[in-house]
Design a protein around this ligand. Structure first.
Ligand SMILES: [Zn+2]
Length: 352
């Protein structure tokens, strides 16, 4: 096994909650976060699996409040054309993913049963569906507004809440998609355990998640040099190293089929690899003002499905395929174990 990267720390501490991956009671204090102005948490790294996670674990109430606040802030700053452009991009990427990665594993006429968890705009799976036309898409989320949005815009099924609901329903899937999800979870190990339980034999899980080494760097540096908590807007409660993910997959009955890291922009900026000396002042969000602008998701996202999928640059056209190659910088791929790279890309197969 590779040597786990250990962040510089100030002290070894006894944790409030043991490491979710390997149950260690001890850990190294490597940073602090200020979660969107609501609460501060210690960030602790486990020496066995390398996971950096929140200690104590944030309550469901705080997380819910934080997600709500972030959503209002985004709605106030994002214009409708910008949102629609994001939809088109997801759609194109889904199509690309199907052609580039799934096409080697499934015949094109396979009626794939796909479950996307925390799907956001939902267009990634719709992009897959443009290639695998017989596939059935199911979306799962805890936000009811989003489920309504999916039903109104796509041919799909929806599941409220979490994988426990799916486990008790007895439904099974060929592919589970979790893009930028596992870094948000209170217990990532549980997610993979449950994903395994709802997959068909030889089923696949596909996930992308930030490279913890790069993603956590700023937090670690700010703590070491200024004794400050890093203000974060997104509920990134877990920061993974390659070895952490390997251990989680091994413990939950998965084997990697394809795994690499992608995105080198932040590496070129030095993130995760150079000492930082200049830190921006952190401005706390205006919580009162944020909560006042409350609109249901469904209303903000309302649009014409046909306009998105017929887009010249992002649809399933020849031009879109070429654009995909250039826009997504497909060549910016590095080894799964390399320290650099913005996100992990992993497809893993259920083996037991
Ligand atoms: Zn651990």
């Amino acid at each position: 096994m590779n040597q786990v990267y250990i962040f510089p720390s100030v002290a070894s501490i006894t944790r409030n909650n043991s490491c979710p991956v390997c149950d260690n009671q001890k850990g190294a204090l490597v940073g602090q976060i200020n979660y969107i102005g609501l609460e501060k948490f210690n960030m602790v790294q486990c020496a066995t699996c390398g996971l950096v996670s929140c200690d104590p674990l944030p309550s469901a109430e705080v997380t819910q409040k934080g997600c709500d606040l972030l959503y209002r802030l985004q709605q106030n700053s994002n214009s409708s054309p910008k949102i629609l452009k994001g939809f088109k991009r997801s759609y194109r990427r889904g199509g690309y993913f199907a052609r580039k990665h799934l096409a080697y594993m499934f015949e094109r006429n396979t009626p794939l049963k796909i479950l996307e968890v925390g799907a956001g705009d939902g267009y990634f799976s719709q992009g897959i569906n443009s290639y695998y036309k017989k596939s059935q898409i199911t979306y799962m989320d805890i936000v009811e507004d989003l489920l309504t949005y999916y039903k109104e815009h796509f041919t799909c099924e929806t599941i409220s809440s979490d994988l426990k609901t799916v486990m008790s329903s007895g439904k099974k899937f060929d592919l589970i998609i979790a893009r930028d999800l596992v870094e948000h979870l209170i217990n990532p190990l549980d997610f993979f355990k449950m994903a395994n339980a709802v997959l068909e034999q030889n089923g696949l899980v596909f996930f992308i998640t930030p490279n913890g080494r790069e993603d956590f760097w700023h937090c670690n540096q700010r703590f070491l040099k200024r004794k400050e908590a890093l203000l974060i807007y997104l509920n990134h409660f877990n920061y993974f190293l390659p070895e952490t993910l390997d251990l989680i997959l091994a413990k939950t009955g998965f084997a990697k089929v394809k795994a690499f890291k992608f995105g080198l922009k932040r590496y070129r900026q030095g993130c995760g690899h150079q000492e930082m000396h200049n830190f921006n002042e952190q401005v706390l969000p205006d919580q009162e003002q944020g909560f006042l602008h409350t609109k249901p998701i469904n209303e903000c996202f309302k649009h014409d499905f046909k306009k998105i999928v017929s887009s010249f640059l992002h649809g399933n056209t020849f031009v879109a395929k070429i654009y995909s190659m250039l826009a997504d910088r497909e060549k910016e791929i590095v080894d799964y174990f390399a320290p650099m790279g913005h996100e992990f890309f992993v497809i893993a197969r259920k083996i037991k």
